[in-house]
Design a protein around this ligand. Sequence first.
Ligand code: ATP
Length: 253
Amino acid sequence: MSELLSIDDISVSYGNIKALQNVSMHVNQGDIVCLIGANGSGKSTLLKAIVGQEPLVNGSITFDGEEICKTRNTLEGKGKKRNKLMTTDVIVSRGIALVPEGRRVFADMTVEENLDMGAFLVRDDKLIAERKESMYDFFPILGARRRQKTRSLSGGEQQMMAIARALMSAPRMILLDEPGLGLAPLVIADIFGKIDLINKQDNVTVFLVEQNARMALKASTEGYVMENGKIVLNDKSSALLANEKVRAAYLGE
Ligand code: ATP
């Protein structure tokens, strides 16, 4: 299987706080890979770095063979020659879409308007309309509520809409930041079922960040464990589910 996303030795700091330290991770085309870790371990920072929202102190990120994130040093280079950091919209155009933590929906917009926002790079209205219809087929509840303001949707419905919005750019890879956060177990199971279908039917590679380690490891083929900004374990998800340290620290056993 070919490698789609390669994160090589990256570090990110917020002032004195070293949020990520020499992190390396690899995601193959077609896989579901998860990253688990406690609150504040650096998971969201990693996703922000991938989509160009946090500059790297060192290291590089490559998507489909193209370097998408460079270090500040590279950016500022010698002789003040500045390489431009790829902006988020350029990274999205390469085929990565982020479903952010807390969903970040536009609450005063309708479902339909939110989906339109996800297609901001698409110029063809017919294609946008077709993609919206396929989202309504895939998430029928969104079809039924297409003209309702998003604030009137339940948490689970808003999460589905956030996923649908990300899919409107027809990404090759989606990054999901805690899709189960604050939702009831049955709703989480429903959402994880959809994520699996998106991966298997549409061949979208999935990178899943979760505090709910059990759900994430069951849903994925490979997993990484992050502690204090560092990767401390990487293995097949089935092996991590059986790992004594993981069971004690993340599965409450
Ligand atoms: P959570 O599950 O709560 O979202 P996380 O694993 O995603 O946690 P991050 O949000 O990436 O963790 O945070 C990693 C570290 O960086 C934490 O110590 C956090 O307090 C710090 N941090 C995150 N964002 C900022 C910021 N904008 N400014 C300063 N420090 C930050």
